[in-house]
Design a protein around this ligand. Structure first.
Ligand SMILES: *Cc1c(COP(=O)(O)O)cnc(C)c1O
Length: 393
């Protein structure tokens, strides 16, 4: 009997959908910083930036206090300002779009591809106006977007191409790590993301002008100029209105230590995803994630799509039944325009029917590097148990 109907749950303890892995090496790296003269942005931040830049093969990396601040920095560096439009998917975390609002820009939501759930390049062009400043894609679940198409569109229409890679550090596109394909790429180091710094984010770019703008914005818009040098050694100038968005050395030391393990983390995520797909792909009513041949996902999320025509109940009931079995399922994401704040701004769902349709049937299953064999089996058992109960016979 289903746990939601009073039966015994598949698991006794709750399994969350994502969780960090911290080992002694990580802990010791943090302790070392605590004993050092620097706690705020210092040498550990520089080391972390160099390590990330090297890992993805980008020229510059600028670390931020969190991924949202990093995105805000990218919009700033791109010159996104009041009245500009940015084109973005709604199937993302609100922060992707909020950070554009911080700059006074107007988000224009464009629909996703029905197989990958990534922003669909074919639908971008009729959204471009003379006010469009940037295309902002999201590597949803860790699967890289169609980078070539967005590069071409950005070039043709003189737009800045920003990639929200919060899910895709370590993922590859045509054999190359994500991070070089867009003009700027943001990665997040929130604890559920590929590697963590507690809170943290970074923007990587090959463009030194963007890198300078990112650094300026991160720290109050303060810099040393030629004037400063004439005035004296104490002198600095605030030349732009920046923020205090700095990452600190404690975060950065953790990040550098975590980054050494990223490929191992992704391999574990990939193995779990393969176990899920093997068990679910032939079951009527379940649609497993479609992967493209030229991409390797970072498997930040594993999304199961329910074909609701096969079940006697909706996604809500199936979701609640899985939670009752102690499986920490989630939904990624509520389309951004559905949030009250965006509705107040006048956004509606009408222009993105695929986003709407996909949203109705998605469930995120737990996936993280330290899941045990039993954890994975429990998820599979619970999904099979719940859907067989609700399947239309
Ligand atoms: C996590 C996330 C962010 C924001 O990152 P934070 O580090 O939590 O600020 C932005 N976009 C997407 C798609 C994310 O998943």
């Amino acid at each position: 009997m289903l746990a939601i109907h009073g039966g015994k749950p598949v698991r006794d303890s709750f399994l969350s959908y994502g969780k960090q892995y911290i080992d002694d090496e990580d802990i010791n790296a943090v302790i070392e910083v605590l004993k050092s003269p620097f706690l705020t942005q210092g040498p550990a931040v520089e080391r972390f930036e160099d390590a990330v830049a090297k890992y993805v093969g980008a020229k510059h990396a600028v670390a931020f206090a969190n991924g949202t601040a990093a995105l805000h920095g990218a919009y700033y560096a791109a010159g996104v300002t009041k009245g500009d439009e940015i084109i973005t998917p709604a199937m993302t975390f609100a922060a992707t779009v909020n950070a554009a609002l911080y700059q006074g820009a107007r988000p224009v939501f464009s629909d996703i591809d029905k197989d990958t759930y990534n922003l669909d390049p074919k639908k971008i062009e009729d959204k471009i106006t003379e006010r469009t400043k940037a295309i902002v894609s999201v590597d949803y679940t860790g699967q890289p977007v169609d980078y070539h198409s967005f590069q071409k569109l950005a070039k043709k229409h003189h737009l800045v191409f920003i990639s929200d890679g919060a899910h895709s550090l370590g993922a590859t596109f045509e054999g190359r790590k994500v991070g070089k394909q867009a003009d700027m790429t943001m990665f997040s180091f929130h604890p559920v993301k590929p590697v963590t710094t507690g809170e943290g984010g970074i923007v990587v770019t090959d463009n030194s002008v963007y890198a300078n703008q990112l650094r300026l914005f991160r720290s109050h818009g303060i810099t040393k100029t030629e004037v400063s040098e004439k005035e004296g050694p104490w002198f600095y100038e605030m030349v732009e209105l920046g923020m205090n968005y700095r990452m600190n050395d404690i975060q950065a030391a953790l990040g550098t230590s975590q980054l050494r393990k990223i490929d191992e983390f992704i391999l574990k995520r990939k193995k779990i995803s393969e176990q899920y797909t093997t068990r679910f792909q032939k079951i009527p009513g379940l649609i497993t994630p479609k992967q493209l041949n030229h991409t390797e996902s970072g498997w930040h999320l594993y999304i199961l799509q329910l074909d609701l025509s096969c079940f006697s109940v909706g996604r809500k009931e199936i979701f609640e039944a899985l939670r009752a079995e102690n499986i920490g399922v989630h939904v990624h994401y509520i389309p951004v325009y559905k949030h009250p704040y965006y509705r107040k701004l006048g956004y509606t769902s009408m222009k993105t029917p695929i986003t709407e349709e996909i949203y109705e049937g998605i469930i995120t299953l737990p996936i993280f590097p330290t899941m045990t064999k039993k954890d994975v089996e429990d998820v599979i058992t619970s999904v099979l148990k719940v859907i067989s109960e609700y399947k239309i016979k």
